[in-house]
Design a protein around this ligand. Structure first.
Ligand code: ATP
Ligand code: MG
Length: 498
């Protein structure tokens, strides 16, 4: 958990303002709300997420012993809100969003704001009358995300994503490309194809698969039973066994997605580890089935054999989408994640309405997250040049201040000129509130300039010896290092167009 100091708060406020603009551009327009952070257990029981979320959920009790959690995400809250307030198709479609704190007891919080246990997220939720409507809204949000990340000017890519604990079946992630990124991405090198996926969700044609001996057998070693798993008499508990091509790891996310927690009625369990099974005989036994099913993997349970793709895709694999390109690996920071949810939450939590024919219907939903404090960190990382680089290079639209004015020297005429210039600049229509005057007159100019670069001032104006000689100041565009010498009047006009 972190304190945000004044310069950081300015960056966060600017990000939030830009995000507000992006959410307004969505059709239907995003409307801002503020939901509680302290959440009662009841609705989390209804969706089973009180159980399935596991240790990531910060749980607490009130003085009466009732259970609460600190909100990690708000599907339950917003769906109940809509259930209580929306009754007619005339109230839909609806997009509600908020920007606020989220709490997750991350297994490995790291890289500061990149993955913290208290963080800031923008989360939006959409409610439509039909699946087609919800799909249209999804595409509209997707476009708004594209525009937002493009306007930030950071290198980003959109990838197909796993739908995780939130559920649903259509999902995209927005990833800022950076060497420190935790996410492995696979992108097709065929420009015409455009396939890009998080490795958690990626599929590929495994070119070397096909022969019996090339498969490795994995067995679940760590199954956590969550509920409802009373095996019928005489029937063994289901075992999880899979085959994947030799040299490949099992992708547990793909495995679980295909074959795991079903909320209604059936068993719920989580597999946390898969270990190779020694000996090849069993692998050979079942491999025929695999060849049959064109390189997809097999999950073999007591009722028989189901065919699933559960192998981890890797760079160098043939693209499954175009079948000509090859997948290339890169690292990304997940800064946005959008999901088509359908009726997963609305049916469970009663978000129903009366349609235009007077019949009851269930709202179709989407949810759309954006990691505000993570974007903050990613903006710093994406423009970082390596270990010896201690500067921040903010995109100008979110820099704490756009201009810093400082003096090289403590003489009265320099101080007065710098103060007057800073005042005039801050009245410039493009720069209102965007100019900071470094009035530590006695401190060394070198230190002040270095500090301005450390916090990432995009423009630095130095009033120094030159000013005494010919009345000019130095204007540096710190991102490019380009310097201009001009009079204070001319300096003002440099910002006219921006
Ligand atoms: P991750 O896989 O990185 O844990 P997630 O899939 O759990 O992310 P979502 O539930 O989709 O994340 O949350 C929406 C967004 O919130 C993410 O895209 C990410 O930008 C941000 N986010 C999630 N967890 C954190 C965290 N612990 N610290 C900072 N930002 C986070
Ligand atoms: Mg997470």
């Amino acid at each position: 958990v972190y304190n945000y100091l004044p310069l950081a708060v300015r960056v966060l406020d600017k990000l939030e303002h830009l995000i507000d603009g992006a959410m307004k551009s969505v059709e239907p327009m995003g409307q801002k709300v503020s939901m509680p952070l302290l959440l009662g257990r009841e609705s989390w029981d209804k969706t089973s997420r009180w159980q399935t979320t596991g240790e990531e959920l910060f749980r607490l009790q009130d003085r009466h012993g009732s259970d609460y959690c600190l909100g990690p995400t708000h599907e339950e809250v917003v769906t109940e809100l809509v259930a209580q307030n929306v009754f007619s198709y005339k109230d839909l479609p609806l997009c509600l969003y908020q920007v606020g704190r989220k709490y997750r007891d991350e297994r490995r919080p790291r890289y500061g704001l990149m993955r913290s246990r208290e963080f800031i997220m923008k989360d939006m939720y959409s409610f439509d009358t039909t699946e087609e409507g919800a799909a249209r809204t999804y595409q509209s949000v997707r476009q708004a995300y594209h525009q937002f990340f493009t306007s930030l000017g950071l290198p980003f890519t959109e990838v197909k994503a796993d739908t995780g604990n939130i559920g649903g079946n259509l999902s995209h992630e927005f990833q800022i490309l950076a060497a420190v990124g935790e996410d492995d991405l696979l992108t097709c090198d065929n420009d015409k194809c455009g396939y890009a996926a998080n490795v958690e969700a990626a599929v590929s044609s495994l070119s070397h698969a096909g022969e019996a001996g090339e498969y490795a057998y994995f067995e679940a070693t760590d199954i956590e039973w969550l509920s409802g798993c009373v095996p019928e008499e005489g029937r063994p508990m289901p075992m999880v066994r899979v085959l994947v091509p030799q040299g490949r790891a099992v992708n547990p996310i793909k495995l679980l997605k295909e074959w795991a927690p079903t909320v209604d009625g059936q068993c719920m369990f989580r597999v946390s580890a898969m270990a190779p099974v020694d000996g090849t005989d069993r692998a050979v036994d079942t491999a025929d089935t695999i060849i049959d099913v064109s390189l997809r993997k097999v999950v073999d349970i007591d009722e028989g054999v189901r065919v699933l793709d559960v192998a981890t895709s890797a760079p160098g694999d043939r693209c499954n989408a175009c079948e000509t390109g090859v997948l290339v690996g890169s690292k990304g920071i997940e800064v946005g994640h959008i999901f088509y949810l359908g009726s997963k939450y609305s049916s469970t939590l009663g978000a129903t309405f009366t349609d235009s024919n007077g019949r009851p219907a269930v709202a179709q939903m989407g949810c759309y997250g954006m990691g505000v404090s993570r974007i903050f960190a990613a903006a710093v990382e994406a423009n970082h040049l390596g270990d010896n680089d201690d500067r921040i290079r903010w995109p100008e639209s979110i820099a704490p201040y756009r201009v810093v004015v400082l003096t090289a020297g403590k003489q009265k005429n320099l101080r007065e000129a710098a103060t007057a210039l800073a005042d005039r600049l801050s009245q410039h229509p493009q720069l209102r509130g965007e100019v900071v005057l470094d009035d530590r007159w006695k401190d060394s100019p070198g230190m002040k300039m270095k500090e301005a670069l450390l916090w990432g001032a995009p423009n630095m104006i130095v009033v120094g010896r030159q000013f005494v000689q010919d009345g000019t100041v130095e204007v540096e565009r710190t991102l490019t290092g380009e310097k201009t010498y001009c009079t204070p009047d001319e300096a003002l006009h440099l910002f006219d167009e921006e």
